[in-house]
Design a protein around this ligand. Structure first.
Ligand code: 5GP
Ligand code: MN
Length: 347
């Protein structure tokens, strides 16, 4: 099983806390993905069955390809309903923070969630969690996703297997397959397959869930991918690296919708000799960056040290507050100090 980083004392403390009906807010990160949404909805459905008053809050909207998910219509988005979200945080007795480990990932909910006086519980799989939580359940290398941790939290820590059902299982399944690129990375622990196998027992159709996520793209999204590969991919052979950049005009041309560039960064890494890749995407106030790597090259460190970001060893994100051209130039200059690390054989 996934390494349990909550000790017996913490588990008992949470169990006692949840013996009484509570007002609970579950907060996911900015630009929530399948793991953040899946984990939040699954935890909400579990807690609701235990008579708690629970809501899921997201700083902004989430991709259309997740909108079929059970109970997703109940999610409160801060960009649409800021005062209600603030109110939910202010009145919550417990806040669960899922799939992020630092409050600067919560967008316009940051101040309210950071300053909330209630009990804060973190369940997450990113490196180096912030110390400002009352309880931290964090596993990194030994797990695939926050959804895998939520499965463990419900069934093992809270002894809640009897509350598992097809709706919760579908949500957890989504998080595991999206955070592992359909079981192609972060999936070398047998616990991940054990959890997936168990989820199937609740009557979900894994193939159907996969189709709902990956086979419902718009024509624009597919053509944007083509544009990236033909016109916007740059390979830097001397550094075993590559990058893709997308300007605001590119995004407008292909009628960009949230989620449309998810996964595109992985194409930059799919060439045999490439070990490190980045995707730069121009926004109104910044350039949003995704980093991916193979093997030992640590993109969590790279994002933290140079682009105010973070994430995992092989997948991270960050931001640049200069122009696209300046950002790319900075990136190219930085590569020079990593050339040896990037080109030393590791297989
Ligand atoms: P993505 O490139 O898919 O947006 O993000 C890759 C991973 O890095 C995800 O696990 C995400 O949570 C994390 N991540 C993305 N952006 C940031 C950021 O700005 N700060 C931190 N700490 N983590 C990030
Ligand atoms: Mn995740």
């Amino acid at each position: 099983m996934t390494k349990n980083t909550l000790n017996e004392e913490d588990i008992l403390w949470i169990k006692r806390l949840l013996e009484t009906p509570r007002k609970i807010a579950i907060i996911a990160h900015y630009n929530p993905d399948g793991d953040a949404i899946g984990a939040s909805l699954a935890l909400m459905m579990f807690l609701q069955q235990n008579n708690h008053e629970v809501c899921v809050l997201t700083p902004n909207s989430y991709p259309d390809f997740l909108k079929w998910m059970p109970q997703s219509q109940t999610i409160l988005q801060a960009t649409e309903n800021q005062s209600l979200c603030m109110d939910k945080i202010a009145t919550a007795e417990i806040v669960f923070c899922l799939d992020f480990n630092t409050f600067n990932r919560t967008g316009i909910l940051q101040k309210a969630s950071e300053e909330a006086k209630c009990i804060k519980i973190l369940i997450d799989h990113h490196i180096d969690p912030d110390a400002t939580f009352d309880i931290v359940y964090s596993a990194t290398e030994e797990t695939s996703s926050t959804c895998e941790l939520i499965y463990n939290f419900i069934t093992n820590m809270m002894n809640g297997s009897r509350y598992m059902n097809a709706e919760i299982a579908a949500c957890l399944y989504v998080g595991i397959i999206t955070d592992t690129g359909s079981l192609s990375y972060s999936c070398n622990n047998k616990s991940t397959y054990y959890v997936l196998g168990n989820l199937l027992q609740y009557g979900i159709d894994g193939e159907d869930i996969h189709r709902k996520i990956y086979d419902t793209y718009s024509e624009n999204r597919i053509r944007l991918l083509g544009h990236c590969l033909v016109k916007r991919l740059v390979v830097l052979e001397d550094y075993a690296s590559s990058f893709i950049y997308l300007t605001k005009e590119d995004l407008t041309q292909y009628d960009y919708k949230q989620g449309d560039i998810e996964g595109i960064v992985n194409y930059g890494l799919s060439m045999k000799h490439v070990r490190f890749t980045a995707l730069f995407s121009e926004r109104d106030d910044r350039v949003r960056i995704s980093f991916r790597s193979k093997g030992d090259f640590n993109v969590n460190d790279f994002a933290r040290n140079h682009f105010q970001g973070g994430g995992h060893k092989n997948a991270s994100g960050g931001n640049s507050y200069t122009s696209m051209d300046a950002t790319i130039e900075t990136f190219k200059q930085l590569l020079k100090q990593y050339q040896t690390a990037l080109t030393t054989p590791w297989e």
